[in-house]
Design a protein around this ligand. Structure first.
Ligand code: IPD
Ligand code: CA
Ligand code: CA
Length: 262
């Protein structure tokens, strides 16, 4: 099933890369800044079609809604294009995400960046890989020597829980905060040791499914902002190399407290 996910993610990535420089039909969804293009839909159709052909009994949960719940113990979690805003603007940070879960347990995940031909793949208990290279999280032990990433939710203009409080408290303590715009790549980069930590609020299952397993299989730690072990349904996610996890949680918490006192 991992081989199938890798082949399918590569095919969807090829489709997205072929269309990247064409004109895109852009619509908004939950808010004016939550976008979908014709390429998201085409990528999803390709992936869902292949899953239906290969694993007709499996359930499918996709961002653009063409999946189906059918009572199967196995569910494919699909983000046909993570980083849609980047894709639509020609900013070269986006990926295809596929993961397979059995009930609440992610069994395997793939995050494919077609522009760099970087394929991040993981299987529970078998490690995390970038192409053929085994991944290991970084060794930075303090926030002061770290590079971290975050993201801001699509309802940030109207919801006071917009991550600006945590951002303000983390930013002065680290070497840099990146906002790459593709959550799946942020987590893959933590697994690869390119980032030391990442946090975000209100992710969807297709955003975190592959990335959370990549990070733990590369030796990192994934919790929510309160430090609870990661599980589906939590409303925030913090992924680090483990060494600076507590320090990052503390800085995020200070930001949340300051925000709620405003
Ligand atoms: C979004 C990106 C972004 C993150 C958002 C996600 P999409 O996914 O991963 O970096 O901040 O929370 O929804 O909409 O481009 O698939
Ligand atoms: Ca996404
Ligand atoms: Ca998406």
């Amino acid at each position: 099933m991992l081989d199938f996910a890798i082949e399918t993610a590569r095919a969807a990535g090829q489709l997205l890369r072929d269309r990247y420089h064409e004109h895109h039909v852009i619509r908004s969804k939950s808010s004016p800044v939550d976008l979908v293009t014709e390429a998201d839909v085409a990528s999803e159709q390709l992936i869902v079609g292949r899953i239906r052909q290969q694993f007709p009994d499996h359930a499918i949960l996709t961002e653009e809604g063409s999946g189906q719940a059918n009572g199967s113990a196995y569910t494919w979690l699909i983000d046909p294009l993570d980083g849609t805003t980047n894709y639509a603007h020609g900013y070269p940070v986006w990926a295809v995400v596929m993961a397979l879960a059995q009930a609440d347990t992610v069994l395997l995940g793939v995050t494919y960046d077609p522009l760099r031909d970087e394929l991040f793949a993981t299987q529970r208990g078998a490690g995390a890989f970038l192409n053929d290279r085994r991944l290991r999280v970084s060794t930075a032990a303090r926030l002061g020597e770290s590079l971290v990433a975050t993201g801001f939710p699509y309802d940030r203009a109207t919801n006071p829980q917009n991550n600006l409080g945590p951002f303000n408290h983390v930013m002065p303590r680290v070497r840099g905060v990146r906002r790459g715009g593709a959550a799946a790549l942020d987590m893959a980069y933590v697994a690869a040791g390119r980032l030391d930590g990442y946090w975000e609020f209100r992710l969807n299952p297709w955003d975190w499914a592959a990335g959370s397993l990549l990070v733990t299989e590369a030796g990192g730690t994934v919790t929510d902002v309160a430090g609870a072990s990661w599980r589906p349904g939590l409303s925030s996610l913090v992924a680090t190399n483990g060494l600076l996890h507590a320090e990052l949680l503390g800085a995020i918490d200070q930001g949340l407290q300051a925000k709620s006192n405003q």
